[in-house]
Structure formats: C-alpha cells, structure tokens
Design a protein around this ligand. Structure first.
Ligand code: AMP
Length: 281
C-alpha cells in the first residue's frame, strides 16, 4: 500500500491506473478504523481493480462545541488495517492540502437534506461533509465511492450532491457492521464507559421494534413513544427517533412502502446514531 499526503503525487499513480483502464473505488473515512470501515474496503475491492482510502478528520463538519480535537486519531494502526485489507493507496492529506486557502468561501450545500434530522441538531455539519467529500472526489476522481448505510442521511446527501454536481461517480451503500448486541460500530463508541456500553444496545432494539410495528402496517406513533421511553430508561438523551421515507427522508406518505427508522441519542458524552430500513407490507 502506498501512502500520500500530497494530492499531486497521488494523482500521478492514480493516473497510471486510469490509463491502464483500471477502475478505482474510493472509501473516505475520518480514521480510527474498525470492522465497519474495513467492510467498506472489502466491498470496494469487489467492485473495482484498485482501492483508495482516505483518512482526514474534517474540521468543517464539527460544530464549535463538538469533539473535533478529542476525535480519536490512530493513523499508524489505521494504515496497518488498511494494508491488511488490501487497500492500494492511503490518502492522508494535511489540513493545508484540503483547505489550502485557509477559511473556505466556497461551500457545497444540499439544503433539503442538510437541515433535517441530524442536520437540525448539528447546524453546518452536512455542509462541511458535502464540501469535503466534493474536494476528496476532485483529488481522487474515483469511478465508485463506498459509504456506510450506518450514516444513512450522509449517504443520501452524497448521492444527491454527486448527482446534482455531475460527478461521474457511482455512489454505493454498504451495510452497517454491528457488535453482538446490535450496537452499530462507531469510533465514538469508545467515549462510552464500560457501564454505559452495557446499555448501548438498547438503541438497536428500539429501532427493531419500531421497524416491526411500522412494517406490519401499524401506526408507529405509539411504538416511537415507547422507544423514546425505553431509550430514556436506559440513560439515553434522544435527539430524535423517526420513521421516514427511505428515498427522501421526508415524513412518509400513507402509501409509501420503502421506509427507514432513524435515531440519534446521547449516552454520556457519546452521540450515537443508527437506522434500519424496512418495507411496509
Ligand atoms: P467515519 O470515519 O465515521 O467518517 O466513517 C467513514 C465511513 O465508514 C462512512 O461511510 C461511514 O458511514 C462508514 N461507517 C462507519 N461506521 C460503520 C459501520 N458500523 N458499518 C458500516 N459502515 C460504517
């Protein structure tokens, strides 16, 4: 695996692959890699001839009171994981490579998707995500980019951004990797104390109950209230628990069948998010 901090040096290698008609798949990350990230790399390997992963903790997607400086950085371990997983190139740009002119003035925004759900609780977050992913797409220029369904709103936002700005990149979603109790793997899980960790699986169980109720055609309102109560009883402070259309993330019309239940909740100092897609019968 080759490692690059500079976009120009990386582009030379990627250019050679492109001239040899090799397809390139890209997996952007913020590092501190776990099995969820590695499953994205494995998916990417199955879809392309070459895999590029990036590790960049993007300051513009963190709010002023969020965990940008505390975000876990484990680059040497990440590089080892990626190399073992068969990644060909690791791109680790410094802040100057991604924001060469300091404070950025050009932003990419997807207003319809960035103001709802997590966007309502994290103002500016999705604008930061869309902007950095557009820049990474320009540096890497992949054929395919793989994103986790764990961050479902992010996946839809990137799809829309890529389509509307005309990036010739296929955006592929990959399933959520979970621990044995259902907790979605996340770099932020390590903010949990061992005692909080024993209660964290409640979020997945709540999503399953709401999805089962709504999939059977029942009104999810009571199941959502019971879910919020269960989260509260387990010590969570929920931001939201909602059933939405899986295509638009808007409240679903009565005849809509492709749905998703999404949750975000604080447990101690960790803000956990998760979702489950389902089809209404
Ligand atoms: P992050 O490093 O948290 O920005 O995540 C980088 C990519 O990994 C994103 O596309 C995430 O959706 C994806 N990802 C994070 N956690 C998981 C997980 N548990 N399962 C699958 N993909 C994940």
């Amino acid at each position: 695996m080759e490692r690059f901090n500079e976009p120009a040096a990386m582009r030379e290698v990627l250019g050679e692959w492109r001239r040899a008609r090799q397809r390139i798949a890209f997996v952007p990350t913020m590092g501190n890699l776990h099995e969820g990230h590695i499953s994205l790399v494995e998916k990417a390997r199955g879809l392309a001839d070459r895999v590029v992963a990036s590790v960049f903790v993007n300051p513009t997607q963190f709010g002023p009171s969020e965990d940008y400086s505390a975000y876990p950085r484990t680059l040497e371990r990440d590089a080892e994981f990626l190399s073992q997983a068969g990644c060909d190139v690791l791109f680790t740009p410094g802040i100057e490579a991604m924001y060469p002119y300091g404070e950025t003035e050009a932003w990419v925004d997807v207003p319809g998707l960035s103001g709802i759900l997590c966007g309502a609780f994290r103002p500016g977050h999705f604008r930061g995500v869309a902007t950095v992913v557009a820049r990474l797409f320009n540096h890497v220029a992949p054929d395919i980019a793989v994103f986790g369904e764990k961050d479902f709103q992010q996946l839809l936002l990137i799809r829309r951004m890529s389509r509307d700005l005309g990036f010739p990149i296929e955006i592929v979603g990959a399933p959520t990797a979970r621990d044995a109790d259902g907790l979605a793997l996340s770099s932020r899980n390590q903010y949990l104390t061992p005692e909080q960790r024993t209660r964290a699986g409640t979020m997945y169980r709540v999503l399953c109950v709401v999805a089962e109720t709504a999939a059977a055609g029942g009104d999810p309102t009571a199941a959502i209230q019971a879910g919020l109560d269960a989260l509260g009883a387990a010590g969570f402070r929920p931001d939201y628990l909602e059933v939405r259309s899986a295509g638009s993330l808007q409240p679903p019309a009565p005849d809509e069948r492709e749905l998703v239940v999404l949750a975000a909740a604080w447990l101690g100092r960790a803000r956990l998010i998760d979702n489950l897609r389902f089809t209404k019968s």
